[in-house]
Design a protein around this ligand. Sequence first.
Ligand code: ZN
Length: 193
Amino acid sequence: MMTIQEAKEKVCEAGKLLLKEGLVARTWGNVSIKVSDTQMVITPSGRKYDELTPEEMVLVDIYTLKYEGKLKPSSELKLHCEVYKTRPHINAVIHTHQLYASIVAAAQKDVVVLNVEHQKILGAKTIKAAPYALPNTKKITVETAKAIEQSNAALMSNHGVVCIGKDLEDTFEVARTLEKACELFIASKKQTA
Ligand SMILES: [Zn+2]
C-alpha cells in the first residue's frame, strides 16, 4: 500500500483525470484510495476538480468515518467505506455519473456485458443495478455494496456508478470499459426494439 502523501497526490490527479475524460460533470463524482486496512484518502466535498490540490484530500477512517483534513470529505464517503468493507482486497474506488452508464442506471436495469474482453475487465457477465435509494443513505450504501459483491462495477439506479480495482489505474480502466459496455448494451436494445 502507498503512503498517505502518495495517495493524496494520486487521488488529486485522479479527480482531474475524471473531469478530463468526461466521466464526471463539474464536482460530481469522487475518488478514493485505501492506505491501510482501516483508512482511505478521498476527494473533498464541494470543490471543483480542476482546482484541487493534494493537501485538500481527506484521510478518513473506514470504520468510524472520522476524518483529518482542511476540508470535509466527499458527501458520498459512506459509499466508499461500505465498498471497502465488502471487498477487502480492493484498493481504489471511483464513483461517477458517466453518461452511458447513467442512462442504463436511469432505466434501473442490469447491464448485460456483451463483449468478452469487457467481461474480463469488469469481472462479470452482468453488472447489477442497485435499487434506487436517496443519496448518502444507509440503504443506498448497503444496496450498492451488495450489487458489487461479484463484479468490479455496479450501477446505482437513477444516480450513477461505482467502480473498483486493485489500484487506481485498474479502476479507471473499469470505468472506461463500463462506458463502452453500456454503450453497446444500449445499442443492442435499440436494434431489438
Ligand atoms: Zn453520486
